[in-house]
Design a protein around this ligand. Structure first.
Ligand SMILES: C[S@@+](CC[C@H](N)C(=O)[O-])C[C@H]1O[C@@H](n2cnc3c(N)ncnc32)[C@H](O)[C@@H]1O
Length: 833
């Protein structure tokens, strides 16, 4: 697989109201981040008195939260490559940094983060001033930038790396990342699905045996049969996500843009002998939901300036609906990780407990005990009791803080103020579900202590919450609707007056109704209702997710991204969400705002046949996975390749209104060359592309050259078009000799891994690069940034002057022509005089 440029969690969790406003405030802010006062009384008061940590530990936690966050990064890609780049970093940069002194003390070099295996995650606690001042740091910084841009390093927050580790992804698995932008966790998941695929494919292609049983499904000639669907509702952020994941060169990946709480079901072709469509269920789901982000206070000044308990209360409902939709889409026996970078239980344990209850309790969905997983990760157990903070106001002023321990105490307070101070207003988002669950019997108790809380002081990170859920059985009920305090009160009033509407999906009790609040239970199994649903036409309304239904905060998030349209068009597939009375509707393709095209080529396409023949690609390499990205399905500039399951999904769903926004790795690019006789007529042929070359190379038998000399590769990296004259020495060593014997066109250049010995530093991992053989020169077809990254990584060359004879010659010619023209003009002028 190629590499993923690491995204890292941005400053903001989520988007919409929070993100938009905070961005604006940021651009208006004149004080620097280091000058911002890290104080917020309400914020501090809640975490001090809310029953999270004992007093001493709270002080430690708070001190960390107010201090700067260490920078952290992760070596990415296949294990072999990641370890090789890590070794270069350790040998070349650590000793220099460790020897430096700052203000009379040794500078602390980057350290491996013990929570993660194989020393692949590092953090750097060095003071910024020291970083700026010292050359070893400046050198390291250049390496970091270059490797980040070529995708070998991901600069990602330590806590953000945790959730994928708990998903236990195996190579053949089908995984959904529901809220994926900017994509740093998607990159981790893609690496896991990929596994050590390259090794196995090589063995399969050369008919060597490999273990196809352990650790994943490699039945597709060694290739991973798994798939990652990375989704985000926000159009701009989905664009960032595409940018990130493109670098992974991963054909088993689809990016979609949907509201995760109503993520459409994915249709699959009917099974043999049946006409009924099947629906895709996922082995693993990551639910890294939008949240208030108060665990990011170490890098996000807005938390200190703007924190209010209403952020969490306002997001609870959206988080719950996303989690419930995730659980519906999960296979029986599958695993889901729910995570936030908030420490607020309203967004964490309360969401998890409500979701489990809405899905039918612990017999259907259980929290997984992960105490033996990542044993070096210091964590605290999830909470079983907590308090809910709110501020009440009268007429917009006169704020008062309240901490409620249960729905009942909240109701009592409401009643008290109805009499004493009727103008006093509380958040309308306080519902029974934001409080701790009340079930005490063993067969109903949700083991919330199995959740993981990572606080800043435990290992000097941000704050984070993780819950690992396993689906034990099919879920027959869906997520609760969007309830406000008033709805709950009204419904319980109705219930006590003998009306039948129960309160849904809440985990507290209602006044006059001490029984657990039960979600209306309907048989909503997708497969069972599929046929019925596809026959139902849109009625243009959506009782589940109308804009008035969505919490105010979530509402503005959704409307900012056009997700309201999404809500309407997806109702057919929003089958199990608060499914009440109205008939489901179909996705409407015409409502898609940005249409992307994915047109698969015929497996017998003559151009594909010609290209594959040119490179001697084995008949075993699949011919039916090539696509183009234009409506007409024409072979214009690029030909992409995808995995089989990606193709099946795109083909079965592209006319259903699904918003697919990215899929496929560029395999071939149209290349204009002068024809054989050297006249100026351009003919188009196809060249290999760096992105897809590794997928194809094991199956090639023609147009392969081997490079084993560091000097030759150096020359090819430093010179963009090194000469390959017909006669005389070309200076391109073994590569030049092999290319001399080939016709004009593209080739695979293989570079084997070679350990350093006798002063030769070797090659740290195997590589394969595309090279174009011109009539009198050659061209390594990698872009400038990758050239520079390779020169730095392999040769420690920091600021190379790349030589471009061809371009220079063209510039010289143009300049000479301009000068000639000027001369002629001045001659004319002189004559006129
Ligand atoms: C915490 S961020 C995700 C970070 C991401 N998992 C990563 O590691 O890079 C939450 C994301 O949820 C997205 N989001 C907000 N509401 C959503 C919704 N209803 N459906 C899907 N995504 C949503 C936001 O646009 C944001 O990108």
């Amino acid at each position: 697989m190629g590499r993923g440029r690491g995204g890292g969690r941005g400053n903001f969790r989520g988007k919409g109201r929070h993100r938009g406003n905070r961005d604006n405030r940021d651009s208006e802010r004149t004080t620097s981040w280091s000058e911002i006062e890290r104080k917020n009384h309400l914020f501090e008061n809640y975490y001090k008195n809310g029953g999270f940590l004992d007093e001493g530990e709270f002080e430690d936690m708070w001190k960390h939260l107010a201090s700067e966050l260490p920078n952290s990064f992760r070596f990415t890609g296949t294990k072999g490559e990641a370890v090789a780049v890590r070794e270069i970093f350790k040998k070349r940069y650590i000793p220099g940094i460790a020897a430096a002194q700052f203000e009379g003390e040794s500078v602390q070099p980057p350290q491996p983060v013990q929570a993660f295996p194989d020393e692949l995650v590092w953090d750097m606690k060095t003071h910024r001033k020291a970083i700026r001042r010292f050359k070893p740091f400046a050198d390291f910084q250049k390496f970091l930038v270059a490797e980040t841009s070529s995708g070998n390093i991901s600069r990602q927050e330590v806590v953000s790396m945790i959730p994928p580790h708990f998903l236990d992804v195996k190579p053949g698995m089908v995984v959904l990342d529901m809220c994926a932008a900017p994509g740093s966790k998607s990159a981790q998941l893609a690496e896991m699905i990929h596994g050590d695929e390259e090794e196995r494919v090589k063995k399969a292609a050369s008919n060597e045996s490999f273990d196809a049983t352990s650790d994943g499904d490699y039945t597709d000639d060694g290739r991973s049969t798994g798939l990652l669907i990375a989704n985000d509702t926000d159009y701009k952020r989905a664009g960032m996500l595409v940018h990130q994941v493109k670098r992974l060169n991963f054909p088993n990946l689809i990016v979609t843009q949907h509201d995760a709480s109503i993520f459409p079901s994915i249709e699959l072709p009917p099974a043999t002998g049946s006409t009924r469509p099947q629906y895709l269920k996922f082995d693993r789901i990551l639910c890294d939901v939008p949240c208030s982000g108060d665990g990011t206070a170490r890098k996000n000044p807005n938390v200190w300036q703007k924190w209010t308990p209403r952020d969490g209360l306002g997001l609870h409902n959206l988080q719950l609906r996303i989690l419930c939709r995730g659980l519906q889409l999960l296979k029986k026996g599958g695993r889901l990780v729910y995570s936030t970078c908030s420490m607020n239980p309203v967004e964490n344990e309360a969401v998890v407990a409500s979701a489990i209850e809405a899905c039918g309790g612990i017999k259907k969905v259980q929290l997984v005990d992960c105490s033996d997983h990542l044993p070096n990760l210091i964590r605290k157990p999830g909470l079983n009791t907590w308090k809910v903070l709110d501020t009440s106001t009268v007429g917009g002023g006169d704020k008062e803080n309240h901490m409620f321990t249960s729905w009942d105490t909240f109701l009592k307070t409401l009643k008290k103020y109805e009499v004493e101070d009727p103008g006093r207003k509380f958040s309308n988002k306080i519902i029974p579900g934001v409080f701790p669950p009340t079930a005490t019997t063993d067969d109903a108790r949700i083991a919330l202590e199995r959740c993981l809380r990572v606080y800043p002081h435990l290992q000097n990170t941000g704050g984070f919450f993780i819950a690992v859920l396993e689906k034990l059985d099919d879920i027959k009920a869906g997520a609760p609707g969007n309830l406000s305090t008033e709805d709950v009160l009204q419904k319980s009033k109705n219930a006590s007056q003998g009306h039948s509407t129960p309160v849904e999906g809440t985990n507290g009790s209602t006044p006059g109704n001490s029984k657990r609040l039960k979600r209306k239970s309907e048989e909503l199994d997708e497969e069972a209702t599929a046929t019925k649903r596809t026959k139902t036409e849109s009625n243009g309304t959506d009782d589940n997710v109308t804009m008035t239904d969505i919490p105010q905060e979530a509402n503005s998030e959704l409307s900012a991204t056009g997700a309201d349209t999404d809500a309407q068009v997806s109702q057919e597939l929003n089958d199990t969400l608060a499914a009440e009375s109205k008939p489901p509707v179909k996705l409407k393709p015409e409502n898609q705002s940005q249409k992307e095209y994915f047109e698969y080529l015929s497996p017998t396409d003559s151009t594909i046949a010609k290209i594959l023949d040119f490179f001697g690609i084995s008949e075993r390499f699949p011919r039916d996975r090539f696509l183009v990205r234009n409506k007409e399905g024409l072979l214009l500039n690029k030909i992409y390749y995808t995995s089989e399951l990606a193709r099946t999904i795109i083909e079965a769903n592209k006319t259903r209104g699904f918003r697919f926004i990215h899929c496929g790795v560029v395999m071939f690019v149209s290349h204009k060359v002068k024809d054989k006789d050297g006249d100026n007529t351009s003919v188009s042929t196809w060249r290999l592309q760096n992105e897809g070359i590794k997928i194809l190379e094991p199956w090639a038998s023609k147009r392969i050259v081997e490079c084993d000399s560091r000097d030759t590769l150096y020359k090819m990296l430093i010179e963009i078009f090194p000469k390959l004259p017909k006669d005389g020495d070309h200076g391109l060593g073994e590569v030049g000799n092999q290319l001399e014997a080939l016709d004009v066109g593209c080739c695979f250049m293989r570079i084997g891994k070679r350990e350093a010995e006798d002063g030769d530093e070797g090659f740290p991992f195997p590589m394969v690069l595309p090279v174009w053989r011109h009539p009198g020169s050659i061209n390594l077809m990698v872009d400038k940034d990758d050239r520079k990254a390779n020169l730095l990584r392999l040769y420690n060359v920091k600021d190379p002057d790349l030589i471009n004879f061809v371009l220079d010659k063209a510039k010289r010619d143009a300049k000479a022509e301009r000068e000639e023209e000027n001369d002629r003009e001045s001659e004319v002028m002189n004559t006129a005089d």
